[in-house]
Design a protein around this ligand. Sequence first.
Ligand SMILES: Nc1ncnc2c1ncn2[C@@H]1O[C@H](COP(=O)(O)OP(=O)(O)OP(=O)(O)O)[C@@H](O)[C@H]1O
Ligand SMILES: [Mg+2]
Length: 358
Amino acid sequence: MTKKITFLGIETSCDETAAAVIRENGGGTADVLSNVVSSQIKEHEKFGGVVPELAARAHLENIDYIINSALIKSKISLKEIDGIAATAGPGLIVCLTIGLNIGKSIAAFSRKPFIGVNHLEGHALSPGLENKLEFPYLLLLISGGHTQFLIVKDIGHYQQLGTTIDDALGEAFDKTAKMLNLGYPGGPKVEKFSKLGDKNFFKLPEPIINKAGCNLSFAGLKTAVLRETRKINGNDKAKYNLAASFQNTINKILYKKTKVAVKMFKDSTQCKKVKLVVAGGVAANKSIRENLNNLSKDMNFETIYPNIKFCGDNAAMIAWVGIQKYKKKLFDNLKIKAKSRWPLDKTAPYMKGPGLKL
Ligand SMILES: Nc1ncnc2c1ncn2[C@@H]1O[C@H](COP(=O)(O)OP(=O)(O)OP(=O)(O)O)[C@@H](O)[C@H]1O
Ligand SMILES: [Mg+2]
């Protein structure tokens, strides 16, 4: 019988302090033995966004307790763990350093292998915790800091097909919620209040929709929301109509651009059966899931989503990358440093800033 690998994962890249213990289950997925996430919503709510210094302080205060809780809940002792994985980037350096250093320390004193994980690879592989995934697949990564279409060829092998040229999708949701005064964190609030509004009430722009393959842009949409917000003067019904129209416009953009990405994926991989994995915090949005499921029926491909609890930041997805890399003997030494920027496809052109030709 082959040994089932068990990993401790640690995540502190932004405003969630998280630790998890997971074990391979022999069927190509994992048993999540514990998954502890301490969210800092209360700390950042009054500022309407993440304040790096406050986030770092909260990680420092909570990290020992969170790791200990994850170990106790899992009923696994440190001795039985095969390795430790901690997020090494991308994210806020002051936050990443806390989880990364404690992960390295645990690995050093317990003499276990250490793996520094790319947070985006955590999102990319997260549906694999519960679904047996085969490479290659098309990934739509929609999170607070990233919005990308990628071909996932293997662990560590990614080809970017398209990306946002300005705001990330999560950021666009958060800013819309802030403009409309719907509360924090923004994405779930926009989704909630959209249900009370008329999604066809406002006609909003779909930037670069007919240009540039499957690249995306949300800045012009955000400006249009701001313009309408000023006109509606806090009227609740109008606010809900605007939230619903914003979300509906996002869905139209994602529908059209995913259609292009699926074609690009087919051309590049020659795969007949396309699997679209949608991951990251925004993948929790049910109307986006419904919209992409409709496209999948129209184009005859399969959609795979992570469990809602693995969409936002968590350490189970970090431990899962750890296990995959352990099996390929892709270990890191303890000199590994936190990185604020760490693209999955290092060869992809940087798509932000003035002078961009589309
Ligand atoms: N139901 C929802 N609808 C829309 N957006 C959502 C929903 N739930 C969460 N989000 C958004 O997801 C984002 C958080 O996702 P995530 O935690 O993956 O981002 P991050 O870790 O900050 O960024 P990254 O993963 O790019 O480094 C936030 O912008 C949040 O508003
Ligand atoms: Mg994230």
